[in-house]
Design a protein around this ligand. Structure first.
Ligand code: SAM
Length: 244
């Protein structure tokens, strides 16, 4: 990882982030021969052994795993939020809250610079992960903790109400089958120029087939680029047609 980091945060936050990324990579290396855990690939492997029980085995296996968004992707996301002046963010899949820390740091910075209100809406279905995520945010301090509204439970329920009028950015870092249904819930609130970021669009292309087909159909209003990070990082910009 380059020594040039854009992240503006106190040393104890930077140290926590480095430690969490390190732990996440160690866990992923133990899970997968490629060194990177991809939910759809892991599920497919488990289906060969467990058929219908695969999802339950997968959920159990993932309980103590961070599966954090890669550090370089987190740094890019932080830069992008600052560049966009974004303050209303939805994160699909919070886990132990690593990427959320970057979202919160960037939103805090933008809010302070612009005076705009804003929030990071985080989502996690596992109570224990949510508990530890809150602990990590408390370790970071009020500047991070106070930006986050964590919705515990199934994302397809917890995002149904209480979204900001205008969402600037949606980070999709959740099991692939949930990505398109989540986008459909958030889409009515996306502002013109809102950004959707999707982890692993290359390695999880099969799992994301419905989502990628939807985003790449120009009628749906998105313009897309796959950024060349490991396994890809999709950046889709919402620019619905308006009368000229
Ligand atoms: C890849 S991890 C998120 C990692 C996190 N973004 C980070 O960088 O630290 C995906 C998370 O989505 C959660 N998840 C899976 N299904 C969910 C659902 N239906 N509702 C909410 N969260 C869900 C999983 O428990 C898991 O913690």
């Amino acid at each position: 990882m380059s020594a040039y980091s854009p992240i503006d945060a106190p040393p104890h936050v930077l140290e926590l982030l480095s430690a969490l990324h390190r732990k996440s990579l160690e866990q992923e290396a133990a899970l997968s021969e490629t060194g990177k855990a991809v939910s759809t690939a892991l599920l497919a492997e488990l289906r060969e052994k467990h058929n219908d029980g695969a999802q339950a085995v997968f959920d159990e296996l993932m309980l103590d795993k961070l599966i954090a968004l890669d550090e370089d992707k987190c740094r890019f996301t932080y830069q992008l939020i600052n560049a966009m002046g974004a303050t209303n963010i939805v994160e699909a899949g919070t886990g132990y809250g690593v990427s959320t820390i970057y979202l919160a740091l960037a939103v805090a910075k933008t809010k302070a610079a612009t005076g705009k209100p804003g929030v990071v809406i985080a989502t996690e279905k596992e109570a224990e992960k949510a508990r530890i995520a809150r602990k990590h945010w408390a370790q970071c301090g009020a500047n991070v903790e106070n930006q986050i509204d964590l919705r515990e439970g199934d994302i397809l329920e917890t995002l149904k109400s209480g979204l900001p009028e205008q969402v600037d950015l949606l980070l999709l870092d959740i099991w692939a089958p949930l990505a398109l249904p989540t986008l459909e819930i958030v889409k009515p609130r996306l502002r013109h120029g809102a950004v959707i970021l999707i982890d692993n669009p290359i390695s999880a292309a099969e799992g994301y087939a419905d989502l990628l087909a939807y985003l790449r159909n120009p009628e749906n209003g998105f313009r897309n680029i796959t950024l060349p990070y490991t396994n890809g990082f999709e950046m889709s910009v919402y620019m619905p047609q308006t009368a000229q």
